[in-house]
Design a protein around this ligand. Structure first.
Ligand SMILES: Cc1cc2nc3c(=O)[nH]c(=O)nc-3n(C[C@H](O)[C@H](O)[C@H](O)COP(=O)(O)OP(=O)(O)OC[C@H]3O[C@@H](n4cnc5c(N)ncnc54)[C@H](O)[C@@H]3O)c2cc1C
Length: 386
């Protein structure tokens, strides 16, 4: 715990800013060490990008939640299972990614010499093997929300962090209320720190990287199709000429309350981070997804039961190597960042890896390399399908 400050009765030990999955994990774990924790969330619900969503097909995950079968992903799931007190079981799906070209499906083998701005982000999804999880982020969020008994402040947006030389002294909520704590964990997009912190505490290199680096806004489309469109388990990477690719997957068919069979498919494309200001460009990205899906599956959009659009500013990007492994902010002794942008694994796995490292550091534990315990990984993956 960050030390050298006495705790006033109205102060917290830990402020966790951002109630997405990473923030919920942080709040839960810190509370487990006996700390007095406040979880501060700008919106009126918890879960962030992983919040559970009601749909005609039941409660679904908020957009594609793809877990590549990597050593990091398995190790993170094992760690998260310990956090949740319940192993996360999965099966390995071996299904090489596919694309649609010249009127037929083909194995996806990369973009060749085509110029694709989002290639490094899309490649994270283009895996031969992925993990089908028995419980998914929506269940983890529900469980963590239920178990956290500290202070949760919703509709509470942090608008400033006041600092002295080496400490964050307090966080300003909604421009008015001040909250202080001995340690602050920032679990939202790190770009915000360039305006939340005074200029004196944002090193030039970091500011430049956060302002000019490659960050992307996801434009996603969840489609609930009438009947079954595809039995393919493969990740689809669809792309038209001079377009950025869209990534998607079909889920197992479900039976709706009225007895009809339906199938959920979830699609995602990325646009440069500032493009959300331009509704036409977001609209263009959505049309592009639909065009690609229709090109590959001609009748798939006929009689759609439901469609849902999700635009999530700066959901994808890369900020690796600019902070130490535990995410401690330069020159400040009590501000840590947890974000998937900080970890090479990226996205959800990156956020989990980073949460694990940061929380170990905050709790004063040595930060261990994330070696996979193969025996227990096998235990949590009892079945493997081909
Ligand atoms: C549509 C979509 C599809 C995705 N698909 C995949 C996928 O298939 N595989 C994968 O690995 N990853 C995927 N991702 C990325 C993954 O969901 C995220 O990396 C991960 O959920 C990040 O979790 P987080 O808790 O770090 O951040 P977030 O979920 O972004 O949570 C941050 C929270 O902080 C709150 N907040 C922000 N600023 C403030 C503030 N100043 N004050 C108070 N609260 C604040 C926000 O409201 C939010 O609730 C996807 C993301 C999206 C949006």
């Amino acid at each position: 715990m960050a030390q050298s400050r006495s705790l006033k009765s109205d102060e917290f030990d830990s402020l966790v800013i951002g109630g997405g999955l990473a923030g919920l994990i942080a709040a839960h774990q810190l509370e487990g060490t006996g700390r007095k924790v406040a979880l501060i969330e700008g919106l009126d619900g918890l879960g962030g990008s992983c919040r559970p969503v009601s749909s005609r097909a039941g409660i679904i995950d908020n957009g594609l939640k793809f877990f590549p079968d990597t050593e990091e992903a398995r190790a993170c799931l094992e760690w998260l299972g310990n956090v949740l007190g319940e192993s996360i079981h999965y099966t390995v799906v071996e299904a090489a990614p596919v694309t649609f070209d010249d009127g037929k499906f083909k194995p996806f083998i990369g973009f060749g010499d085509q110029k694709v701005a989002t290639v490094s982000e899309v490649n994270v999804y283009a895996q031969e093997r992925y993990l089908r999880l028995e419980t998914t982020p929506k269940e983890w969020v529900a469980r963590l929300t239920e178990s956290f008994t500290g202070t949760t402040m919703m509709q509470s947006y942090v608008t400033k962090l006041h600092v002295d030389d080496t400490f964050v002294i307090n966080a300003v909520i909604n421009g008015a209320k001040h909250l202080s704590a001995r340690e602050v964990l920032f679990c939202a997009a790190p770009q915000q720190l360039t305006r939340l912190l005074p200029d004196s505490h944002v090193p030039t290199k970091i500011r430049q990287r956060l302002m000019r680096g490659e960050f992307w806004t996801s434009v996603s489309l969840d489609l609930i199709h009438k009947g079954v469109v595809s039995e393919s388990e493969a990740i689809h990477i669809l792309k038209g000429a001079n377009e950025e690719p869209c990534v998607g997957v079909f889920h197992k068919p479900v039976q709706l309350e009225d007895g009809q069979t339906a199938q959920l498919s979830q699609w995602l494309t990325l646009v440069p981070r500032d493009i959300t200001d331009d509704p036409e460009l977001v609209g263009g990205a959505l049309k592009q997804i639909k065009r690609q899906v229709k090109r590959a599956y001609e009748n798939s959009l006929d009689g759609l039961i439901q469609e849902r659009i999700i635009v999530n500013p700066t959901s994808h990007g890369d900020f690796t190597g600019f902070l130490p492994p535990d995410g401690l902010w330069p020159k400040l002794q009590n501000l840590w960042v947890i974000s998937g942008f900080l970890d090479p694994a990226k996205n959800l796995v990156g956020a989990l890896c980073q949460a694990r490292r940061t929380l170990a550091s905050v709790a004063g534990e040595p930060i261990e390399p994330m070696a996979l315990d193969s025996e227990s990984a096998e235990n949590s993956a009892p079945q493997a399908n081909a």
